[in-house]
Design a binder for this molecule. Structure first.
Ligand code: ADE
Length: 233
């Protein structure tokens, strides 16, 4: 049976998804909780990883290696850096990069380490499904580059550097690490984010105000994608 992982970083990012899968089974593994359910002939594993690249790496790896998931969908919020992205707008990652991975001291480009690549591309079929779902809903969903790092960005200069090096449209703290895991383990993945702030000096206030509503916007879209995958399997 097809087994889909649905991941967020924070409880608020998965709560609107989890409630759709009641009753679910809760399993504790590697100091985190995983919620398992069956939905119209598809197995689902939901979890929030906790914030950052390390926790999200652990959760994505666990969902694939321990729970046996064969697709991974990530839902959550992001800071917008492309001025076209407003609070509540959705962005689908076409490719992702770690903006804080820096061995430029040795002549390498930002985001690159030997054996890796600056960008990891998301699965094209899942992006295609997101376009179909957006069309069905009459919703605009932008595609773009997401930059990931272990910092909440709230500074124009940091933002400008991320644009300079990665031409990123949005930034967050888990997408690229999940992408690296899925890419290494050959699992198709999809990263969706709704904008909660614009990573400027007001970012923490904006995040506190809009995180929950934007998390719901992203979660609802992910649920429509799950429905589409179930209907067309
Ligand atoms: N997630 C949402 N907003 C963010 C920001 N400004 N920096 C990092 N991650 C975020």
């Amino acid at each position: 049976m097809l087994k889909i992982a649905i991941m967020g970083a924070m409880p608020e990012e998965i709560a609107p998804i989890l409630e759709k899968f009641r009753p679910y089974k809760t399993t504790k593994y590697a100091d985190n909780e995983y919620y398992e359910a069956t939905y119209n002939g598809v197995e689902i594993v939901v979890a929030y990883s906790k914030i950052g690249k390390v926790f999200s790496t652990l959760t994505a790896t666990t969902m694939i290696q321990h729970f046996g998931c064969d697709k991974l969908l990530f839902s959550g919020v992001a800071g917008g850096i492309n001025p076209n992205l407003k609070i509540g707008d959705l962005i689908v990652a076409t490719k992702l990069s770690q903006h804080d991975l820096d061995i430029t001291a040795f002549g390498h480009p930002m985001g690159f380490v030997p054996g890796g690549s600056i960008f990891v591309e998301a699965n094209k079929e899942l992006i295609e499904i997101s376009k179909e779902v957006a069309k069905e809903l009459g919703k605009t969903v932008q595609e773009g580059i997401i930059a990931t790092g272990d910092q909440f960005v709230h500074d124009e200069k940091v933002k400008d550097n991320i644009v300079k090096y990665f031409n990123a449209d949005a930034l967050e703290m888990e997408g690229a690490s999940v992408a690296v895991v899925c890419n290494a383990l050959n699992v198709p993945f999809f990263i969706l984010r709704a904008i909660s702030d614009t990573a400027d000096t007001d970012a923490s206030f904006s995040f506190d105000k809009f995180m929950e509503s934007s998390a719901i916007i992203s979660a609802e879209f992910i649920m429509k994608m799950v429905q589409h995958i179930v209907d067309t399997k």
